[in-house]
Design a protein around this ligand. Structure first.
Ligand code: ADP
Length: 351
């Protein structure tokens, strides 16, 4: 085995190996040994690489010297990983080199994008199908029935409203995701924000038979944040508490301060939004902030939810370098806790 070849491969920042004309692995770097196994040098490549796609590519390159690519599937002990393997002849034609590029994240991103498009299409299609059905009915059987027409128009208005909310939430989500890395700069007053959200939501609460308990304490809290986005976080959480926790008749909104928050390790503020309603089964909790995830999809669609509210909440909290905690007991209620740092970002962590 040539030391020059091994030294060259050691400088390649990817798992890489070389195979010579006798089909033996003549050099391998440390990264490829982790991937494929120790002691692969000197062995026949077929017995070491094992996967037909890669073996075929190597055979073809040994035959005609034209570069090839193949996929190599592995498992890093936690998850399946996918590598794009390039198979190329090295300049002197005495060996070919294989480089393994980990494309797992690219594949995952592609899958997420496909899932997202499928979800959005599905969510839009349901109200759209209803609208088309009612238009048909209004043109045909219900043409001269004034009472039915009014009823159908009401339903159509509801369905159009749902599509409108969905599009609004999608735009909001994409905006929030877009500036997640840009840290907020303004100083805002959290107590004022919460008071304003509660004022805005009072009619909704009245309609649902819910009263607010507010315990903001004193003095009021100034912090670095984006007022519109924080308003959106608490609107979504308190609206959910009213919608899903109405049976409890009461929603508590509370602020606590800590000189050093244990979760953030900096001065922090915690806002608790507590309802005393049906609660959420613990199996749903880890996935609740995923886009379009609903704990009880039928009931929640009927309540007009888009399934995007908590995804938006999570992104905004991330932008503020905060945390979201969800605790719930079935039959007793749910507590959402937003933990936010109050101090201005320092020079070092801004960079
Ligand atoms: P939606 O638009 O459906 O309300 P969200 O992202 O705001 O979507 O919430 C996701 C799901 O979490 C809801 O569909 C609901 O099942 C559940 N959920 C959220 N808040 C509460 C709550 N306070 N009590 C019970 N379930 C809740």
């Amino acid at each position: 085995m040539s030391k020059a070849l091994s030294d060259t491969l050691a400088a390649v920042p990817l798992p890489a190996l070389m195979i010579d004309g006798t089909e033996r692995i003549v050099a391998a770097n440390a990264a490829v040994r982790v991937l494929i196994g120790q002691g692969i040098e000197g062995r026949n490549y077929v017995t070491m690489l094992r996967q037909p796609a890669v073996i075929d590519a190597v055979e073809a390159v040994l035959r005609d010297s034209r570069p090839r690519e193949a996929q190599y599937l592995a498992n890093d002990g936690v998850q399946d990983t996918t590598f794009q393997v390039t198979v190329r002849v090295v300049a002197d034609h005495k060996a070919i080199m294989l480089c393994f590029l980990d494309v797992t994240h690219v594949e995952q991103a592609g899958q997420m994008r496909r899932d997202f498009v499928a979800n959005v299409s599905h969510e839009l299609r349901t109200p759209l199908t209803a609208l088309m059905g009612f238009i048909e009915t209004l043109r045909g059987p219900a043409r001269d029935d004034a009472a039915a027409r009014d009823r159908f128009l009401d339903i159509m208005e509801g369905e159009a409203g749902r599509m409108n909310r969905l599009v609004g939430d999608l735009l909001s989500l994409s905006r929030v995701e877009g500036d997640e890395r840009v840290r907020p700069r303004d100083t805002v007053n959290l107590t004022d924000i919460l008071s304003s959200v509660l004022r805005t939501l009072t009619p909704l609460a009245d309609e649902a038979g819910v009263t607010f308990d507010q315990a903001f304490g004193a003095p009021s809290v100034d912090m670095v944040g984006d007022a519109d986005q924080l308003m959106q976080v608490f609107t979504n959480l308190i609206e959910n508490a009213i919608k899903y926790g109405a049976s409890g008749g009461r929603v508590t909104v509370q602020i606590d301060r800590a000189r050093r928050d244990p979760a953030l390790r900096v001065p922090g503020v915690r806002v608790h939004v507590i309802d005393y309603g049906a609660g959420i089964d613990s199996i749903h909790l880890p996935r609740l902030t995923e886009r379009f995830y609903r704990a009880d999809s039928h009931r929640n669609r009927a309540l007009g939810g888009t399934g995007l509210g908590l995804a938006i909440v999570k992104h905004i909290i991330n932008r503020h370098r905060g945390r979201l905690r969800i605790d719930s007991t079935l039959g007793q209620g749910t507590q959402f806790t937003v933990i936010l740092p109050v101090q201005a970002p320092t020079q070092t962590d801004a960079g």
